[in-house]
Ligand binder design. Structure first.
Ligand code: AFP
Length: 348
């Protein structure tokens, strides 16, 4: 077999990007490798999840008599363990933990704050459907010592890096440091993430819309009109789209990023603030969407401009191809101005 002529590992790619900045210390690069290592450990564990019926269910005792952890707990602990001892991180926040996660006293604190959703869409595990990890990195604001709430409660526009790992038919890591969006596929034979999608640009107008339409009766009229518009109700303004919804943000977002499309999780009359978390889901995905020339809004405001006040704050989310997100935002704005009116046939 001939050796591959040009294979770019994630390590080589990050190093090449870093070399453009002579002042860079390499800490962010190393932090990204730490996350890639956690992703490989989680991916290996997810691959075995389908065997639990044969080998024993998660949460039960395995053959060595050890208690097995549920995958979302395992993913959470794995990421913490890969990040907390390195001296690169001052504080962490996880969708699985109520409070800010301090760096243990025996380890040094570093200059970055990391937020993550360790296993998003974890209900999909039981049916062998894709799940993901989402991460977001900020430079600390506090001057020294352990990190504080100010380090983790920053608006998305202050992120220095964000990304996700999709555990699907293959494992993919997609990230941005503000210089475009790049995708890597895990080659399980050699245990390396290899560059597979450099500089991803999402189509201006997409083919798909992704939303949980079982919530339709609980949406505001303006959201209902906007979603009907995506299905073809105002053909002069928006060509009808095809529906795709996996119920796993990473999978839905990734498909739309590559093929073009829009993902919505609006607020409804039960949950006006929506379901998704600003810091663990919306802000990192918004940074990636914008870097891929898409956009993201809560309906009124750019997601990256929202200043969080709570770690687990929720937000409505409309994200994806720029023209599609623009269409929904325009409809919401038009109908907010005249709530019982009809949406105009042509763009204003
Ligand atoms: P789970 O992690 O509880 O499965 O939630 C997944 C998620 O946060 C996100 O990944 C999905 O886009 C969204 O919720 C799906 O929510 P619905 O089940 O309400 O459609």
């Amino acid at each position: 077999m001939l050796p591959p002529s040009s294979v770019t590992t994630i390590e080589r790619f990050i190093l090449e990007q870093e070399s453009r900045y002579p002042e860079a210390t390499g800490e962010l690069s190393n932090l990204l490798y730490d996350i890639a290592l956690a992703a490989k450990i989680i991916a290996a564990s997810i691959r075995r999840a389908g065997l639990v019926n044969i080998l024993g269910a998660m949460g039960s005792t395995n053959v060595q008599g050890e208690q097995q952890q549920k995958l979302d707990v395992f993913a959470n602990e794995t990421i913490k363990n890969c990040l907390q001892h390195t001296g690169r991180v001052c504080a962490m926040g996880s969708e699985e933990d109520d409070d800010i996660i301090p760096i243990p006293p025996e380890y040094p604190a570093g200059k970055y704050a990391v937020l993550f959703d360790p296993l998003d869409g974890s209900s999909n595990i039981d049916v062998n459907a894709p799940v993901g990890t989402i991460f977001s990195i900020y430079r600390r604001i506090s001057m020294e010592g352990r990190g504080t709430a100010t380090d983790v409660l920053q608006p998305g526009c202050k992120q220095v890096a964000a990304g996700y790992i999709m555990y699907g038919s293959s494992t993919m890591l997609v990230y941005t440091t503000g210089e475009g969006v790049h995708g890597f596929t895990l080659d399980p034979a050699i245990g390396e993430f290899l560059l597979s999608a450099p500089r991803i640009v999402t189509p201006r107008t997409g083919q798909y819309y992704s939303v949980n339409e079982s919530n339709f009766p609980r949406w505001s009229r303006s959201v209902q009109v906007a979603v009907r518009g995506l299905k073809g109700d105002v053909p002069d303004r928006m060509q009808p789209k095809n529906a795709r919804y996996a119920g796993s943000l990473v999978a839905d977002f990734h498909r739309n990023l590559i093929a073009g499309g829009i993902f919505l999780y609006p607020g409804d009359n039960k949950n006006p603030g929506g379901k998704l978390r600003l810091l663990y889901e919306a802000a990192p995905m918004a940074f990636i969407a914008e870097q891929a020339e898409g956009s993201a809004t809560d309906g009124l405001e750019r997601i990256l401009d929202i200043v969080p006040t709570e770690l687990h704050q929720r937000t409505p989310l409309v994200i994806g191809s720029r023209n599609d997100v623009g269409f929904v935002a325009d409809v919401l704005r038009e109908l907010a101005a005249r709530p019982s009116g009809a949406v105009s046939a042509a763009a204003s």
